[in-house]
Design a protein around this ligand. Sequence first.
Ligand SMILES: C[S@@+](CC[C@H](N)C(=O)[O-])C[C@H]1O[C@@H](n2cnc3c(N)ncnc32)[C@H](O)[C@@H]1O
Length: 228
Amino acid sequence: LKTRNPFFGEVAANYDSWYATPKSKYAEEVEDRILFEALDGVSGSLLEVGSGTGNYLIKFTGFNFECGLDPSMDMLRESRKKADVQLVNGKAESLPFKDNSFDVVAAITSLEFFDDLEMGLKEMSRVTKRYLVLAFLSKPSLLYLVRRFQNMIRKNEFGSYNPLNSKTLAKHIVRKWSNFEIEFAKSTLFFFPIYHRKLHKFIRTLDLKLSKFSFGGYSILRLIKIQS
Ligand SMILES: C[S@@+](CC[C@H](N)C(=O)[O-])C[C@H]1O[C@@H](n2cnc3c(N)ncnc32)[C@H](O)[C@@H]1O
């Protein structure tokens, strides 16, 4: 899939309104549950690559220094309104930081939009001292299948991002950068396309019980860098 970055102008200005519906609130709830599990016990300095409007920069706790980086000035402008942290206009593919600059380098639903995923991952693994935390929309999953099918009938936003296979991505990183080990791999949003308020408890139970499997629509990996 050819990715492009749609996060400018109107899209940036309206980005946070996505979180307003009960369905998206549900997604946020279960996504955050596994994200904060992945960050448990992790501290020091943090760089979020593709920090967008800063929703995660304000949710992260326990870090002594936070920096958000994003290629979209429009997204950064939104985040400036809420997050009092360092913000940098830049791209994952060429990070303006020295090797091992941050204890944690995280990407929360931004990998799918990188122009060059390989280059972005290489840069992120260079500037992290210890952890890489990757959260992304994933396949194989029901969410992926449904969006793909809908996109065939009528073009939707699916065409502009590239969902990733969690297992393949984890294996690829470990093979390519042999100094990384996978510490945490979970996913959620298994049946998200059929979410309905009346099904909330049922879907939530399934989403939390199945999180060790990789076929959810949203996955998280935490990798640790082994210093030689
Ligand atoms: C779906 S938003 C996620 C924003 C934020 N992380 C969140 O979860 O709310 C994706 C973000 O990735 C950024 N992005 C797109 N291409 C990028 C690249 N090559 N390097 C870094 N960030 C990129 C976009 O500008 C956008 O702000």
